[in-house]
Design a protein around this ligand. Structure first.
Ligand code: ADP
Length: 317
């Protein structure tokens, strides 16, 4: 593996296609959670765009990638929030499909005084996102350097995107979040899988808290045809696992304000720098820097870093 991140090749425009989810999050805070039938007064209401696919697409665009986001929204006011975001952030929206009969994905988040949360999600249009929708973006996927997808959409839709990428020799990344079990015939089309430790266990059909060695589980994925696993480990950084062995990439120490979105920053950044021609190890270091920066601000979209922020943290100034 490349030891020196100065030896980066980073000379082509990153062409990235993200196949994933969009949802609007409605968050408010109360002193405690309500009990059954109770109405409580809350405060600090906030509404903003989210969804792992959408966040990763915005992250890639902030780093200067040519990015298209392939997704399904509702034909409603919440869908308009997504389209406004993509226009502002330079995310291509040519392959967004609108469902007339189904709402845009939405999440209700209640935080208590301690910061614990309660979340109810309605995937809405994301649940209707189909392989046919992805097929419409076939040419775009074929002409990308990297395709990235996640599991907030039907697994067969994510699987179809990975298959199109594999057939065209495009680097395919599966960020297996939220945690779901995925069949080997889908996993085998992912060049790179980026789970956290819980997602790794669930992906392979183990209990979320099963006492198993992460490296053994990564070996299972390698046997299935996955080429590299990047295990994200929060404040402990990330680990690259390949057939040749494993390599720890340390986390960048930062003042943590809110870790939400660290995984999306990490994945959007990994996709962008790999698409630029950068080798895996420095690309993972850039991703870890972006993940760390995403922890330094409240919320997800406001916290996703730009290229110069990532470069500054990597230089250490
Ligand atoms: P997820 O949110 O998907 O579980 P992680 O929490 O592992 O993902 O975060 C993704 C990456 O972001 C980590 O691998 C790490 O590089 C970086 N990161 C996350 N939390 C921190 C932290 N507290 N300090 C520094 N870097 C962090």
């Amino acid at each position: 593996m490349i030891e020196n991140s100065q030896s980066e090749i980073h000379n082509q425009k990153s062409v990235v296609t993200v196949v994933g989810s969009f949802a609007v999050g409605l968050t408010l805070r109360a002193d405690r959670f309500p009990v059954k039938g109770e109405t409580l007064l809350g405060r600090d209401f906030d509404m903003g765009p989210g969804g792992k696919g959408s966040n990763q697409a915005v992250q890639a665009a902030r780093l200067g990638a040519d990015v298209e986001f392939v997704a399904r929204l509702g034909n409603d006011n919440f869908g308009a929030i997504g389209k406004k975001l993509y226009a502002e952030e330079n995310v291509g929206a040519t392959f967004l499909v609108e469902s007339d009969g189904r709402n845009t994905g939405v999440g209700f988040i209640v935080l208590d005084a301690r910061g614990d949360n309660f979340i109810v999600l309605d995937p809405g249009a994301n649940a209707l996102f189909s392989p046919d929708d992805v097929e419409r973006a076939r040419k775009r996927i074929q002409s990308s350097q990297v395709l990235i997808t996640q599991l907030e959409i039907p697994v067969e839709t994510a699987g179809y995107a990975l298959k199109l990428a594999r057939e065209a020799n495009v680097i395919s990344i599966l960020n297996p979040a939220p945690a779901r079990r995925v069949a080997p015939d889908i996993l085998k089309n992912a060049d790179i899988v980026t789970p956290n430790e819980t997602e790794l266990r669930i992906l392979l059909g183990r209990a979320p808290d099963a006492k198993v060695n992460a490296i053994d589980l990564c070996d299972e994925l390698l046997q299935m045809g996955v080429q590299r696993i990047i295990l994200t480990r929060g404040a402990r950084g990330a680990m690259i696992v390949t057939r040749e062995g494993y390599l720890n990439i340390p986390a960048f120490p930062v003042d943590v304000v809110d870790t939400t979105g660290a995984g999306d920053a990490f994945n959007g950044t990994l996709a962008t720098y790999l698409a630029s021609g950068m080798p895996l190890e420095p690309a993972v270091r850039h991703a870890a820097a972006a993940g760390a920066l995403a922890c330094t601000k409240l919320g997800v979209i406001p916290a996703l870093p730009h290229a110069q922020d990532v470069a500054r943290l990597l230089r250490g100034d």
